[in-house]
Design a protein around this ligand. Structure first.
Ligand SMILES: C[S@@+](CC[C@H](N)C(=O)[O-])C[C@H]1O[C@@H](n2cnc3c(N)ncnc32)[C@H](O)[C@@H]1O
Length: 286
């Protein structure tokens, strides 16, 4: 029984592999879980019996779209992040697992320092994954979520509502810190900003190019957004607060260099992701 479903999945995965899709088998499993509303293990426990004609037809339609390299998350309208299902559409960037490291670090920092009533700022909320995750994982916190894109703010609000975090998040349309008052202070300033250099764009995989360009591109060196964060975030940081933001895999040294002569920064740590690439910057100020 297990053999039959394994062969079925492998056969379907081959179409995707031939079209250049990585981890094709995993994607077929995700599609089946979505269609059958079940866990991955259920597919192998209940086997081929679950795959009715209707399921097969819907699976084939999804595969057909995926062969064009449309991201699976946009086809299914959902993406998993930190164990929760978020709605996504082509108006927002597909969340990436690397961003979970940023959330995990922020949540751990608050726990270790016993910070109460944490005030969190999320610069560039997108689908809402950072704001919603932090709001749900930290029992006492308030989040202000910013984005320049009205579509992103709408999607983030939908996710916050559906996942039960909307009461803790205030959404503001803002060009970076524009909508933050001079007297506002935050214990955590978080961001997964755009960090792709313009010249890198053409070589990106089609799935990444499907993200809105406003989520990706950050000038000639990919550091335009990081420069704004380094310039403005310290003004809005509460005492003992931390600035955490995601960077590109090769940007760690450059970001360290950019903070070296700035007396406002007390320490900088560049954390690696699961692939051992530079990924999250953790900054403290005096
Ligand atoms: C890399 S995406 C991150 C989205 C989401 N936080 C995540 O981790 O999946 C960057 C986000 O920053 C937003 N953004 C880009 N430029 C901005 C600006 N000048 N001010 C505010 N938000 C901006 C984009 O609209 C996008 O939603």
């Amino acid at each position: 029984m297990t053999e039959r479903i394994q062969k079925f999945i492998a056969d379907k995965a081959r179409f995707l592999t031939d079209a250049g899709v990585e981890r094709a088998k995993g994607e077929i499993e995700i599609i089946l879980c979505h269609l059958l509303n079940c866990e991955r293990l259920d597919i192998y426990l209940h086997g081929y019996d679950m795959v009715t004609d209707d399921v097969q037809q819907r699976l084939d339609k999804i595969i057909e779209r995926r062969l064009t390299r449309e991201p699976l998350q946009y086809i299914l309208g959902e993406s998993w992040f930190y164990g929760r299902r978020f709605r996504v559409s082509p108006t927002v960037m597909v969340p990436t697992p690397e961003t979970e490291l940023l959330c995990e670090t922020a949540i751990r920092y608050v726990g270790q320092h016993s910070i109460k009533d944490t005030r969190v700022l999320d610069v560039g909320v997108g689908s809402g994954v950072i704001s919603v995750t932090v709001a749900l994982e930290l029992p006492e916190c308030e989040v202000v979520a910013l984005d320049i894109s009205p579509d992103a703010l709408e999607m983030a609000r939908t996710n916050a509502t559906e996942l039960g975090a909307v009461q803790k998040i205030e959404f503001r349309r803002s060009d970076f810190f524009e909508a933050i008052g001079d007297d506002e202070r935050f214990d955590l300033i978080l961001s997964n900003p755009p960090y792709i250099a313009n010249w890198e764009y053409d070589a990106l995989p089609p799935e990444v190019k499907a993200d809105p360009t406003v989520s990706l591109l950050a000038g000639d060196d990919g550091l335009d957004a990081v420069k704004v964060i380094l310039r403005d975030a310290p003004k809005f940081l509460a005492p003992s607060g931390r600035i955490l933001f995601e960077i590109g895999y090769d940007q760690g040294d450059k970001v360290v260099e950019m903070t070296e002569d700035d007396k406002r920064f007390r320490s900088i740590v560049v954390m690696k992701d699961y692939n051992d690439w530079d990924r999250v910057v953790l900054l403290s100020c005096d």
